[in-house]
Design a protein. Sequence first.
Length: 245
Amino acid sequence: MNDHELAGYLAQCAGDELLKLRTDENPRSSNPWYLRDQGDLISHKLLSDQLQKHRPHDHVLSEEGVDDISRVEADRVWIIDPLDGSQDYPYPESAEWAVHIGLIESGKIKAGAVACPSLGRCHVTGSNTDIAPRKNVEPLIVSNRWNTYQASSIAQIIGADLTCCGSAGVKTSLVVSGDADVYIHGSGLYEWDACAPVAVARDVGLVAFQLDGSELQFNKERPVVRGLVISRPEFAEPIREALIP
């Protein structure tokens, strides 16, 4: 498998295991804290084991793993979030969770995948697909549910409706699939939250940058991202101009 295929395969495999866990008949599965912790653990182990098997010389930065800072000097680093949206994952009625797989090579995004298992979606780089047609008459912005100040301001400026949901991967999927036009995350993120979403977004022709308008960089010693904007190209510049004083 090439890197794109491997990213998609891993995201799909982890997503399938997470779906199975939610239907487990173990009595403890009714405990949301148990499901969340088990989901994080099972997905992290699956991804770590498979990366060790298929790419044994690459480094890994995982939300659930111990950060080996030597990765900063490595040429190839997989940045993974085994269960993005873990607070929503335990609840069967929620589809707002995802699996993120991103690969950084020589400081640049090389490949990535975002699986949204409850939505039946898996976005993978290298598929040679274009931006999906818009599905809404009016522009639609999707934001994180706890901080919508910037999103509300931009919505007013470009005349957009605003909706909120969990999981950076799911919000990115909405833009990639044409269900929303812009995703604005108005607070800080970690690289495992943003790397794979940015990879699949840019792969289809969407625009991605930090909330202050600056370029995204990954595999930094302190793996944080200063907010995130993922946008259809026609909205990117008006948003960038509105966000930057």
